[in-house]
Design a protein around this ligand. Structure first.
Ligand code: V47
Length: 357
């Protein structure tokens, strides 16, 4: 195996195996990975970088899981816990209405008492306030729990959410799709098989989804590549993933914090390999509230073509773990960051339909 043989494979559109990807991860100079990943991103997305106008709604941080990487979850009654009423969440939606938002991203802790009927009601009520806005909601882990709390099947529970306004499912909860690693970082959370099963069932019902990977903690490059290949295999079967989001582990205020954070060069290497392995997923997202603006811009030179959205200072997951405290960027600021990196900003909706200015 040599770098030039693997480069030729990529230029001729051939798929990389696990061993080949590991070789690239370990042996390829970063500059070469940038060239190869950029070649692939340009084939798929040209010079476009997608963004949207969105905000987050985080119903609660009370969570039955106790993941060692999480700075956000609390037990009920703990200092710093929240559990918004329906009225409080709708008030937030009203505040965000009428300013051109096209997506609300709803995600939170796995609250012990809330089932799928409660969340279907939330979706319906949000839809009434934010008419025409897409709802990207609930990780596979939240969905699995809320449906299991009832007697419904996964199929029927997903249909109930869809009929009440769910547009797409975000990529969270995937962490690392390896059960030995999960046992150490999120022992109470659903298994890799559960995460994959929920996404497969959603795809079969025509619900598109994203996928994430939490990296830069105790996992090895091999675990990352195995994770990417599991996603690629499912995508071959269903074609239901729109975007992949590599999430760099942030170390503030959580139990795992002593291990520190992955260096920028490792982040860029991981972004590039994601672009190269996931040859069947259209978009790689560099999520700016977690990466910061500079590393997000650099990720665009390593295969990323999406930067998520305006956020409007509405998410706490990353700020509680040590990222930018008030994530908010205007359309104009997002466009400027994209142009400064040498790309063409394109506003999109949740389903990647281009929004005309
Ligand atoms: O699953 C939690 C991650 C995820 C930390 O689909 C952390 O468009 C880093 O999934 N350091 C939830 N990451 C967020 C998520 C997401 C975000 C943006 C866009 C989309 C999308 C999905 O956040 C969790 C977990 O992997 N996370 N704690 C931390 N300390």
């Amino acid at each position: 195996m040599t770098l030039s043989v693997l480069s030729e494979k990529i230029y001729s559109g051939e798929r990389l195996s696990l061993e080949e990807t590991l070789f690239l991860y370990e042996a390829a100079p970063l500059s070469e990975l940038s060239v190869l990943a950029t070649y692939r991103r340009e084939q798929l997305n040209g010079k476009k970088v997608f963004f949207n106008r969105n905000f987050h709604l985080e119903p609660t941080n009370i969570c039955i899981n106790d993941c060692v990487f999480c700075s956000y979850r609390r037990n009920a009654g703990d200092e710093g816990s929240w559990d918004y009423s329906l009225e409080e969440m709708l008030a937030e939606c009203r505040r965000q209405a009428g300013i051109g938002i096209t997506e609300v991203h709803i995600v939170g802790g796995v609250h012990p008492d809330r089932d799928v009927h409660y969340y279907a009601g939330l979706l319906k009520a949000v839809k009434e306030v934010l008419n025409g806005v897409c709802i990207k909601a609930f990780t596979a882990i939240e969905i699995d729990y809320m449906i299991r709390k009832t007697n419904m099947s996964l199929h029927d529970g997903l249909l109930l959410l869809k009929h009440n306004g769910l547009t797409t499912i975000p990529g969270g909860g995937a962490e690392i799709l390896n059960d030995e690693i999960r046992q150490r970082i999120c022992p109470k959370k659903g298994s890799s098989a559960i995460w994959l099963k929920v996404h497969e069932a959603a795809h079969k019902l025509g619900i598109r989804t994203n996928a994430t990977m939490l990296f830069g903690h105790i996992e090895t490059p091999l675990h990352r590549i195995q994770h990417l290949i599991k996603l690629r295999d499912l995508q071959d079967l269903t074609g239901g993933f729109d975007a992949f989001i590599p999430l760099k582990y942030k170390s503030h205020n959580n139990v795992l914090g002593y291990i520190g954070e992955a260096p920028a060069m490792e982040v860029l290497r991981t972004v590039a390999l994601s672009r190269l392995v996931l040859d069947n997923v259209a978009h790689i997202k560099a999520y700016w509230p977690m990466l910061g603006k500079e590393l997000m811009q650099m990720s665009l030179l390593f295969g990323a073509d999406d930067i998520d959205g305006t956020i409007n200072d509405s998410t706490k997951i990353y700020s509680m773990a040590g990222a930018n405290e008030h994530p908010i960027l205007t359309n104009g600021e997002l466009c400027r960051l994209v142009c400064d990196a040498g790309f063409t900003p394109v506003e999109r909706d949740t389903l990647y339909k281009e929004v005309s200015a």
